[in-house]
Design a protein around this ligand. Structure first.
Ligand SMILES: *Cc1c(COP(=O)(O)O)cnc(C)c1O
Length: 355
């Protein structure tokens, strides 16, 4: 992503930050039928810590490190935590990760490998976001949450890469899983930077996808209001897409403005839709994506059913994170068969004729 260095707020840093960005954009014909359009996959799972969060951390962590001698920190037990801890480790800077008390051990293992100070906080984890930002102003620690401006400027490089890959054309639409709205804000920032430079006449339509168990942006979009109303506890439910579903998205207003500005919309999908899409990503495309990321395909299917995207549209799906971190949590119902070694030649020879 450092080929866009002049458009970023810091000089090219050393170390792991250099590995952020530059993910492949893959024309994926196998997914056209299910998505109902011409599918391109921007595989953000191919990052050092397996998600697009590295684009933001690669800017925000070095930026914070240069600005002060203190620690960096974040409030997350998912991709944000892993990414922030990795980039702090790369700069040999102390990192504090605030996690909920009930954190699953596999998450601790993923985050802990970079050796941050992990603090399990009991009490209302949702309220920690505001507390942490306040601590950030009082203590020698920079808390880098989803809407830190330096993070968002790093995210815009995903849009630059997509537009550069399509040049001189522009994709018709981009479909993005969305929670806090940070990534959507970055994509929109990128669109406006290119427009301001006179390099983009008609921006791609931006479509955001949420889980129907927590979809404040879909509700606000459908109601035609500018800012999402925070959801109450009885309005939210459990989901397998645990990387998305912020009931009070800090960048929600900006995400909605991006959608309206580009002529897109916001849709919600169910856990069943997500499971099906995750499987289709693998079976029809060869991609291993996490459930939150599978919403990009589930959302495209929904949008083409509604007629919002057409079969000739070039549509970029953005699986935001790899599925590799999720392994071991499935139901192990994978079909296998047994064959005796002597019977193997016959079985293999029948593979192509049987189907
Ligand atoms: C963080 C995250 C999202 C949501 O991004 P926001 O910037 O919070 O909208 C989506 N997918 C994955 C895999 C993530 O880690």
């Amino acid at each position: 992503m450092w080929r866009y260095e002049p458009l970023l707020p810091i000089d090219r840093p050393k170390g792991i930050a250099r590995a952020a960005g530059g993910t492949p954009l893959v024309r994926s014909e196998g997914l056209d039928a299910v998505a109902g359009c011409q599918v391109y996959v921007k595989d953000e799972g191919e990052h050092p810590t397996g998600s697009y969060k590295d684009r933001g951390s690669a800017v925000a962590v070095p930026h914070a490190v240069a600005a002060s001698g203190g620690a960096v920190g974040t409030v997350s037990y998912g991709n944000m935590a892993m990414s922030t801890a990795a980039h702090a480790a790369g700069l040999d800077r102390e990192c504090v990760v605030l996690v909920p008390d009930e954190i699953p051990s596999v998450r601790l293992e993923l985050i802990g490998q970079y050796d941050p100070t992990i603090v399990r906080v009991d009490g209302d984890y949702g309220a920690l976001y505001d507390d942490a930002l306040e601590l950030s102003t009082e203590l020698p620690i920079s808390i880098l949450v989803s809407d830190a401006p330096s993070r968002i400027s790093g995210y815009k490089t995903a849009l630059f890469e997509i537009c550069e890959a399509f040049a001189p054309d522009v994709p018709d639409a981009i479909v993005l899983p969305t929670s806090s709205g940070g990534f959507a804000s970055g994509i929109w920032r990128g669109i406006r930077d290119l427009e301001a430079a006179g390099s983009l006449d008609e921006p791609p339509r931006l479509y955001l996808v949420q889980t129907d168990t927590s979809d404040p942006l879909t509700r606000a979009f459908d109601a035609g209001v500018a800012d999402p109303a925070p959801l109450t506890d009885d309005e939210i439910g459990e989901t397998i897409a645990h990387s998305i579903g912020n009931p009070d998205p800090p960048s929600g207003g900006r995400a909605l403005a991006a959608v309206r500005d580009t002529g897109g919309s916001v849709v919600s999908v169910s856990d069943d839709d997500i499971r099906a899409a995750q499987r289709q990503f693998a079976v029809d495309g060869g991609f291993c994506v996490e459930p939150a990321s599978a919403t990009s395909l589930a959302g495209a299917t929904r949008l083409s059913e509604r007629g919002a995207i057409g079969s000739d549209d070039d549509v970029v799906l953005v699986p935001t994170g790899t599925g590799f971190k999720e392994l071991g949590t499935g139901d192990a119902s994978i079909a296998t068969e047994r064959a005796n070694r002597a019977a193997l030649p016959e079985r293999l020879a029948s593979l192509l004729t049987d189907t």
